[in-house]
Design a protein around this ligand. Structure first.
Ligand SMILES: [Zn+2]
Length: 291
């Protein structure tokens, strides 16, 4: 078919060798300039509150390379790419905002509540550059808007908790963008850590409430995943006793998978270390950030 006949073994080998080199080098070239900007695209939405059509920035996060995952599941990507900033869909006309999985799910009473309590006071936003990355200030205000919407529509506690958690991640990740040499670096870092801690506390309180008041899956998490998250949050906000209770129940559980159990053991070690630190300090509530 390819006219190789009895030479096929040889020519295929050579072709492969030749191909490999340019393929690899173009691949490397392509991967190097991977920026947040190059992953952004506009996605059209129809607002369930005011019926406007608008374009929201979405990020192809599947293309970004994961660098590490924090104790509380916050994902850190290479090149400072942060998909978390793009998760809120906000209507620029009426101010309705939510996470994608909740966006279309509104009862008529909820739509009415949003119109009366948010849209009436909302100043329509001008169109922005579709390709420009979202900054942290904007990301936080989008999360706040989504949170206010969730309060107004009497959304589930878990939805509010999840928004608080994702807001906390914005404050945490923003610190990575600060200039370490700047005179106000420590002050800005302190302010972000303080804001992060407040949102983490709200997320923790909300998820603890949701754990007893809602049926799993809660924000897409089964019982054990939620408990793992809560254990991590307990450590972060300094509620070590509850954190220990949660990890011990995960370690004993028959439904938790080996990865969850290993994670729980890690958290248990962190709790033990924090307790030792506390004893050494002799002071009570000096809840510090994550590990
Ligand atoms: Zn709208």
């Amino acid at each position: 078919m390819f006219g190789l006949k009895n030479l096929e073994g040889v020519s295929i080998y050579e072709e492969k060798e030749e191909k490999k080199i340019p393929e690899k080098s173009t691949k490397e070239k392509k991967e190097e300039p991977l920026t947040e900007e190059s992953l952004i695209y506009g996605k059209k939405y129809e607002c369930p509150v005011c019926d406007s059509t608008f374009t929201s920035k979405v990020i192809r996060s599947g293309k970004a390379r994961l660098a590490s995952v924090d104790l509380d599941l916050h994902q850190r990507y290479e090149n400072g790419i942060d998909p978390n900033k793009y998760d809120v869909i906000a209507c620029p006309v009426c101010g309705y905002a939510s996470l994608p999985s909740y966006f279309g799910r509104l009862s008529s009473a909820q739509r009415k509540a949003i119109r009366e309590n948010i849209s009436m006071n909302y100043v329509a936003q001008p169109a922005t550059d579709e390709k420009a990355p979202i900054g942290y200030e904007e990301a936080v205000s989008r999360y706040r808007l989504a949170l206010v919407n969730t309060i107004v529509k009497h959304g589930k506690t878990s939805e509010k908790a999840y928004l608080c958690l994702k807001t906390a991640w914005c404050f945490r990740q923003e610190v990575e963008t600060f200039d370490k040499e700047a005179a106000n670096y420590l002050f800005r870092k302190y302010q972000n850590e303080k804001a992060e801690m407040e949102y983490l506390q709200d997320a923790y309180d909300g998820f603890m409430q949701a754990r007893t008041g809602e049926e799993p899956p809660i924000c897409g998490m089964d019982e054990m995943t939620l408990d793992s998250l809560l254990a991590a949050l307990a450590v972060e906000v300094g509620d070590l006793d509850n954190g220990l209770r949660l990890v011990e129940s995960i370690i004993r559980s028959r439904t938790a998978n080996p990865r969850m159990k290993e994670n729980a053991r890690n958290i248990k070690d962190i709790i033990a270390r924090k307790r030792l630190e506390k004893e050494k300090d002799g002071t009570s509530d000096s809840a510090s950030g994550e590990e």
